[in-house]
Design a protein around this ligand. Structure first.
Ligand code: NAP
Length: 382
């Protein structure tokens, strides 16, 4: 059966990989709307291949008039009203949200404000800052949410409906500096932060993997998705075992595959059917290297400690964790702070925050903006 699909963040790493799966199955999916932020070059390429698109969301109005002239049959929109218009055009389409960062929250909430929607959510920040709100919208509006994150996809596959899970085991590669001590981190070559040993991803998530903030975000994401605080992080540098679930009888079920987001996207695009695709990399046991595991030391990985502090219904702390990371990562990229200072300053700004439950988009956005503004002010005075 042909399914319509809307992609937020179509120009990014996840958006492009989703398009590879969709384009390799033209009889199964039809793209009806996309958003990009600024990457107009990629948008032209998408439009050459997908004549079914009727509406496009842009980051701002810079190219809107020129694009509208070039593609007269397509509506070009911007802003929050534009996101609403995109969703209204196709109220039964499956939605993939692959926007990076806090900006993904509004499309997530507006998708889930509709009824009987299926949302493939790569934008983990949405769950981090608004997990409680998202869960209530899922129940209220009979929506489905599937996590486009390899660890959570693995856990989803390992969960048994009628057995209570004892513990979720999230694996982490540890990023570029897993073998460095905290003291050694102060002397690393900071260019290496932009590489990842096992995954090819967008720049921001690659940095977040090295600080382990990404794993912290994933702990909070898992808490909201699977509703447990029993979450352990295990270092597994080969990124082949994507996560596991332990049951009361101490059996552990795990999911293994080559590190590939194509696999995760393919799994949820076709869920509950497992579908062959020649793009998916096979994992041969005969080729398997040694797989190693080591429980993450929380004194070494402060970002994990900070994330565990966020596992409660008072999401002000999680909003701060995410907002501070986004702002401080930007300051690191601009050469204003050192790599090791990202997490130290996240902790500093989290310690200023009053525990509070933020229950709607405006409250969450207000705190997000305040934290980011405070950080800008703090560093402008230094
Ligand atoms: N990459 C992975 O392997 C991976 C794995 C698991 C989860 N995720 C999650 O998936 C999400 C996307 O990651 P990614 O690696 O694909 O990131 P990415 O390559 O940086 O792409 C981000 C996408 O979001 C758009 N965007 C950025 N800022 C925006 C804003 N303020 N408003 C609207 N759109 C904006 C970008 O548009 P332009 O390109 O046009 O500027 C791009 O389409 C993140 O939440 C990440 O944590 C990624």
């Amino acid at each position: 059966m042909m399914r319509n699909i809307i992609i937020f963040g179509a120009s990014g790493n996840i958006g492009q990989q989703a398009l590879q799966i969709i384009e390799s199955n033209p009889n199964d999916f039809q793209l009806t709307a996309v958003s990009i932020y600024h990457n107009v070059a990629v948008l032209h390429k998408i439009l050459q291949k997908h004549q079914t698109i009727t509406i496009i969301h842009l980051g701002d109005e810079t190219h809107q008039a020129a694009l509208a002239t070039q593609y007269p049959n397509i509506t070009f929109v911007t802003g929050e009203a534009g996101i609403d218009a995109m969703l209204a055009v196709d109220p039964t389409a499956m939605v993939l949200n692959a926007i990076g960062g806090f900006a993904g929250l509004y499309p997530t909430l507006q998708t889930l404000a509709g009824k009987n929607r299926t949302l493939l959510l790569a934008n983990k920040e949405s769950l981090v800052v608004a997990g409680g709100l998202i869960n209530s919208l899922l129940t209220k509006n009979n929506n489905q949410l599937y996590p486009i994150d390899s660890e959570h996809c693995a856990i989803f596959q390992c969960l048994e409906q009628n057995n209570r899970c004892q513990e979720l085991i999230l694996t982490a590669s540890g990023g570029m500096f897993a073998d460095k001590t905290l003291a050694e981190l102060k002397t690393i070559d900071e260019h290496q932060v932009l590489q990842h040993p096992t995954w090819t991803m967008g720049q921001n998530i690659t940095i977040d993997s090295s600080t382990m903030v990404n794993k912290g975000l994933e702990i909070i994401e898992a808490y909201h998705l699977f509703k447990t605080t029993n979450i352990t992080v295990v270092l597994h540098p080969q990124s082949v075992l994507h996560s596991a679930v332990q049951y009361e009888d101490y059996s552990i079920l795990a999911q293994l595959s080559k590190p590939s987001m194509l696999q995760v996207l393919n799994y949820f695009l076709y869920y509950p059917v497992r579908k062959y695709n020649a793009l998916l990399p096979p994992l041969e046991f005969s080729e398997l290297m040694t797989l190693t595991f080591q429980k993450a030391d929380l004194s070494r990985w402060k970002a994990l400690q900070l994330a565990y502090r966020c596992l409660n219904e008072n999401n002000s702390l999680a909003v701060t964790f995410n907002a501070a990371n986004e702002e401080l990562r930007g300051l690191f990229l601009a050469g204003k702070i050192k790599f090791y200072q990202i997490v130290d300053y996240i902790e500093y700004f989290m310690n200023q925050i009053k525990l509070q439950k933020l229950v709607n988009y405006l409250q969450i956005k207000k705190l997000n903006d305040i934290i980011k503004r405070d950080i800008i002010n703090y560093f402008s005075k230094k």
